[in-house]
Design a protein around this ligand. Structure first.
Ligand code: BGC
Length: 371
């Protein structure tokens, strides 16, 4: 831990207040003094190794920081909140100057983040917002609402809902109820789809239809588990689709889409014929393989390398005693404050884009997806 960390923490807090009061104002650190060089050690706390994206996220950020000479500690908590809290406690005790946290449950970290604040540690929420605490300094993520909008718009375009009457059978799913992102994904999609439900062009035969965006968790899948989504889809198919077919499934991400896809296979759906439109997010290898096999229609790609680079840039700014750049100071209210955020742009990937967007950019190799 750097000796001047406490002082630095105060300086940064002062800079943050200034930054909020006057957008883009420089931090209150005299040039060439104090902050520069004081940030040496970064604790990175990731939710789980179960999903490929978090492995990439953690390793890329760690590599960027290691190459630049920081000391890093990367931990995965296997989707267990107590494990994540104790890993963060260890990182605080070992002298982290900055903590980068992708929370498993964004509502339970207040006490440990109070400890971090007491030590003058800067906290960056990574991908997922941390709620209910003033002690989160920055948030770096993709535009989560836009992720959902892209999924909704894809469905509208594919079914040509502005010109077709339908009715088409839709089954909606949402992400884990403890993940703040899940509500944004759902709201983005539902704001696009709900008018067509109200018109009767989309029908939710199972009745699993949230009455409003706030009711999104009623269709949530705990822990973003593929198996949970598979079970739920099996139940809906067995109970409501014995004499009819589902036309479209709103899945918020790839791990759910993979489970839903398994349920469709075991219920006799055939890719390329009666397979429903199925959305996703992340460009996970397994889902890209499914997209190539017509078992998933699209994914919303978030180039996690860009997120890692953004967080790295934030840390470099802190090290230089500057205020990290943000581009959203309105959307992410965590119940205690609006957290200054940097939002990156997600994009849709369909079968025809796999080569040009995912492989040519080096995000995946051809071999990863069997090409
Ligand atoms: C992330 C998604 C991911 C999901 C499950 C969300 O917070 O933004 O990219 O699919 O968690 O891990």
């Amino acid at each position: 831990m750097s000796v001047t960390k406490k002082l630095l923490g105060l300086t940064l807090a002062g800079g943050l207040i200034m930054g909020l009061a006057a957008c883009d104002a420089p931090a209150d650190t005299p040039a060439g003094e104090a902050a520069g060089g004081d940030i040496e050690s970064v604790g990175i706390s990731m939710p789980t190794r179960e999903l490929e994206r978090w492995i990439n996220d953690g390793e890329q950020l760690k590599a960027n920081l290691d190459d630049a000479g920081y000391t890093t500690d990367l931990q995965y908590a296997e989707n267990d909140t107590d494990t994540q809290i104790s890993q963060i406690q260890n990182q605080i005790a070992s002298g982290a100057d900055v903590l980068v946290i992708a929370a498993i449950d964004g509502s339970v970290l207040s006490p440990v983040l109070q400890d971090a604040a007491d030590e003058g540690i800067t906290v960056i929420a990574y991908d997922r917002l941390i709620n209910g605490t003033p002690n989160v300094d920055y948030y770096a993520t993709f535009d989560n609402y836009l992720v959902g909008q892209l999924q909704g718009q894809y469905i509208v375009e594919q079914l040509d809902l502005d010109n077709q009457e339908g009715p088409f059978n839709l089954e909606p799913f949402a992400g884990s109820p403890d993940d703040n992102n899940a509500k944004f994904f759902f709201s983005g999609a539902w704001d696009v789809l709900k008018p067509y439900i109200d018109e009767g062009k989309l029908v939710v035969k199972s009745g699993n239809e949230p009455t409003s965006n706030d009711d999104w968790a009623s269709v949530g899948i705990q822990g973003w588990e593929s198996a949970g989504a598979q079970d739920e889809m099996e139940n809906r198919l067995a109970s409501f689709y014995t004499d009819d077919k589902v036309d479209v499934v709103l899945s918020p991400n790839d791990s759910l889409a993979q489970g839903i896809s398994e349920a469709l296979v075991s219920n006799g759906y055939t890719p390329g014929s009666d397979w429903p439109i199925l959305t996703g997010q992340d460009a996970d290898k397994a889902s890209v393989i499914n997209i190539l096999a017509d078992k998933q229609s699209m994914t919303v790609w978030k180039d996690t390398r860009k997120l890692g680079e953004q967080v790295f840039t934030m840390i470099e700014s802190l090290k230089a005693g500057d205020e990290p750049e943000v581009n959203d100071e309105e959307t992410y209210d965590n119940g205690e404050k609006v957290v200054p955020s940097y939002l990156l742009q997600p994009e849709v990937v369909v079968k025809d884009d796999v080569q040009t967007k995912l492989i040519d950019s080096g995000f995946l190799t051809a071999g990863d997806v069997g090409l």
